[in-house]
Design a protein around this ligand. Sequence first.
Ligand code: DGL
Length: 275
Amino acid sequence: MSDSRPIGVFDSGLGGLTVMRELIKVMPNENIVYFGDTGRVPYGARGRDTIIKYAKQDESFLLSKDVKMIIAACGTVSSVAPHTGALLPVPFMEVVTHAAKKAAEVTKNRKIGVIATPATVKSNAYKMRIMEILPDAEVFQKDCPLFVPLVESGWIDRNDPITVNTAQRYLKGLKEQSIDVLIMGCTHYPVITDIIRDIMGEGVTLVNVGECTAKAAKAYIEAHGLANPNENIGTHHYFVSDRMESFSDTASILMGSSITGSVELVDIDHFKAII
Ligand code: DGL
């Protein structure tokens, strides 16, 4: 069995590209459709009902592209609205489950940190998943709302004084808790991994949710006979809801190389929840 239809990936903006990058690494021959809701980013500062509504519209758009699987490459949707994926007519994957599993596997002192958007921290999704596996773990969470606009603005240089300063302020408390693992629970955050590592030190393992999720997606696709039979490099199509002109440049920075594939504007309000 095989399936040449694309994988659908979505995020509130550019952060999901850190997941896309990992997907391309482990499944270079898969076709992928990416939707970044750049007109409505950030999701993480919004209320639950709005996040659920946006997630349903994003999923509805991807279904219109005849995808074989949908990945919520957004920590906020994965934490607050994972149930929106459960009823879809295609398999759905979110980023919390596999990142929590990885953190529980690698911690030695059972002190785990989670940095994420305010909505994700409020949901306690990572914490609950970790504690299902390691009931005696101590989980310390910190919301870092300014990271998303800093990343979306491209202020990501390792020595950027504003971003470094902001990160120092956010991470101070977690450092004092002597955590040995830190989940970067928002998909925008791996873009500033160097800054976070410089502050936390080499003794703290940083978990990139995109890496864990891409490996899990590959395993799922292989186990369910959904792999693309075509072994050539896959095609990548990007859709955004605003600021299409600046997308390619910023996306190339986040992806680590020039993005290949078309970029198109989509009117996301046109897409209604199908469930
Ligand atoms: N990248 C997203 C996340 O993983 C969302 C950030 C936001 O829109 O606030 O949570």
